[in-house]
Design a protein around this ligand. Structure first.
Ligand code: DC
Length: 225
């Protein structure tokens, strides 16, 4: 059966990764968490106390980082220079800096190149902010996921708690809204709905219900032969 590319974009914490993971699992496709790559680059700047506002430093950093994903015990884990950084990249200190880092065009070019290579053989579900518009403009299915900001905040707060990260609810909301603003107003590849994307509002949907909707859309687009 021919394999397609599914691109899922949307604001922070609207359930993109939950849907993308479930869809990838059901279709037996690879899952690409593009946000994890921007988070990994951000972590490198923070841990090495490097200034991401200095273009020469950015060029240098991009020469020294290798990001890849591994599946361990059924979980998708992000590696930076051979080290599992899955937990560290979800911390608030990374969330605080990731949007400014992802406005840098040289960073974006490097990440997009790697993401496009990962989708070369299709059979991939990718989530992010520019997947349907820039990374895979020819994706057979583009979904633009939306959800109420209060619901998004509570989901992210719960997700952090489940990972043992204790964050203040209002702090989480402030960070989400700030990232929404930076991500959608930046000059290079701002978050926007692709013209041919289908909107799914999951405010009142369960995980199963949103998967069902997305799966129906994917099946309509997977050629039979
Ligand atoms: O999906 P996430 O919250 O883990 O993404 C973290 C940040 O990375 C997000 O605020 C903006 C940036 N990002 C991006 O610029 N482009 C993408 N395709 C994915 C994420």
């Amino acid at each position: 059966m021919k394999r397609i590319i599914v691109a899922i974009d949307g604001y922070s914490s609207c359930g993109k990764s939950t849907l993308a993971k479930a869809l990838a699992k059901t279709l037996h496709y690879a899952y690409l968490d593009s946000g994890a790559m921007y988070r990994a680059v951000t972590l490198y700047f923070l841990d090495n106390q490097l200034d991401y506002n200095d273009p020469e430093v950015v060029e240098e950093v991009l020469q020294h980082i290798e990001i890849h994903f591994e599946r361990i015990d059924g979980q998708n884990r992000t590696f930076l220079n051979g080290v599992d950084i899955e937990r560290a990249i979800r911390e608030m200190r990374v969330s605080e800096h990731v949007s400014p880092v992802s406005t840098i065009s040289t960073v974006r070019r490097a990440m997009v190149r790697q993401q496009q290579a990962m989708g070369k053989r299709r059979g991939i579900v990718a989530d992010g902010r520019d997947i349907g518009t820039v990374v895979f403009p020819d994706a057979e299915l583009k979904i633009f996921l939306v959800a109420d900001p209060e619901v998004r905040t509570s989901r992210r707060h719960l997700e952090l708690a489940a990972k043992g990260i204790d964050a203040d609810w209002h702090e989480v909301q402030r960070n989400l809204l700030e990232r929404d603003h930076i991500d959608s107003t930046r000059a290079d590849s701002p978050l926007r709905q692709a013209d041919d994307a289908v909107i799914i509002d999951n405010t009142l949907l369960s995980e199963e219900q949103q998967l069902e909707k997305a799966l129906a859309l994917a099946k309509e687009r997977i050629p039979a032969a």
